[in-house]
Design a protein around this ligand. Structure first.
Ligand SMILES: [Zn+2]
Length: 342
């Protein structure tokens, strides 16, 4: 990537109100059949247009073709029964009714590859595609088949690798795995979580990223954040392992969070997507605020490895707010870019 401080969003962006209920996670589609297919493509094009207009450098699909960042992927696999539901605790935080793994999990067909090809046609800029990470996938299911979190994660890693290779062939420049579960299950991350992620990335020549955040700005997450105290040191538990992994980029939550910035030193050498936009508030950051966050991060990450980004996805935000935040991100990165090139 040539641009210094290339900007991108962590993932999801708001969907048009004719496609899904605004400001709602997991909203059902408002269209059906062929109309839904073209509706999703129209939404993806609008999302790309918004990113171009804001001056974002690495373009994503805004997750316009999926209902949810984990479930939509799992829906396309066999071995999971969506009728047979059990209540589990997601990330040790909130209860949810989830599908059951009833047999060997397999990927019979590509999940997002056609969508990625469509995105590739919409822009000449580098593109990034997000997939759920293996540990986050197992955390949203009840497993009555493998009866081992590690084993199931490993099976998902193999499936993700098949999908990732096809995404790469479709022209995706960065494949990002979303692993919010990495912020919760530290022992498992160190025992097998990072290894499973590396299995999912095996043989890829494109760039790979892992996104580890404190979640969307929904109540269950903001309540949880209140229990974490004044210094959030979760990253400290897993950074040493990530530093020695094959992963190219690490995407973090830094804006308005209580993560001590100096923890980034623990992953020195990696490219870091620094979250300089808070997704849990409708207040739009000023470009100066964005620049200030990035400036702080620069003490711990080399300039050529700093990727300005958002803390997390912006799907639950109003369109105007998400657009304003993307503008601020691009303008803030620009301030710093000028300082660095002076
Ligand atoms: Zn996130």
């Amino acid at each position: 990537m040539k641009t210094l401080l290339p900007t991108s969003t962590a993932g999801s962006l708001p969907k048009p109100s004719w496609l899904a209920e605004p400001e709602t996670l997991w909203s059902p589609w408002k269209l059906e059949n062929d109309e839904l297919i073209t509706g999703k493509q129209d939404a993806l094009r609008l999302s790309v247009q918004d990113q171009h207009k804001a001056g974002i450098d690495i373009i994503s699909d805004g997750e316009q073709t999926r209902q949810h960042f984990v479930t939509t992927f799992i829906e396309h696999l066999s071995g999971v029964d969506f009728e047979n539901r059990k209540t589990v605790k997601i990330r040790n935080r909130y209860e949810a009714s989830v599908p059951t793994v009833v047999g060997a999990v397999t990927r019979e067909q590509a999940v997002f590859v056609e969508d990625a090809k469509f995105l590739r046609q919409q822009t000449k800029q580098p593109i990034k595609w997000a997939l759920p990470g293996p540990m986050t996938m197992i955390d949203t299911l009840y497993d009555s088949h493998y009866k081992s979190r590690e084993k199931l994660a490993w099976e998902f890693a193999k499936i993700l690798n098949q999908e990732a290779k096809e995404l790469e062939a479709a022209g995706v420049d960065i494949i990002q795995f979303d692993e919010p579960a990495f912020n919760v299950f530290f022992d498992e991350v160190n025992d097998w979580g990072v290894a499973a992620l590396e299995r999912a990335m095996e043989g890829l020549k494109c760039q790979t990223a892992v996104h580890i955040c404190y979640g969307y700005g929904i109540k269950a997450n903001t309540d949880w954040k209140k229990t974490l105290g004044s210094e959030w040191r979760q990253y400290e538990e897993i950074f040493p392992k990530l530093q020695t992994s094959n992963i190219d980029l690490i995407s973090l939550e830094c804006q308005n969070s209580h993560v001590p910035m100096d923890l980034i030193e623990l992953i020195r050498g990696k490219k870091v997507m620094v979250g300089a936009i808070d997704v849990a508030t409708h207040t739009i950051e000023t470009p100066e605020e964005v620049a200030a966050t990035l400036r702080k991060a620069l003490k711990f990450v080399d300039a050529d490895k700093l990727y300005p980004s958002t803390n997390c996805g912006m799907a639950p935000l109003p369109h105007q707010v998400a657009r304003g935040k993307m503008n601020a991100l691009a303008a803030g990165a620009d301030i710093l870019r000028k300082e660095l090139l002076r």
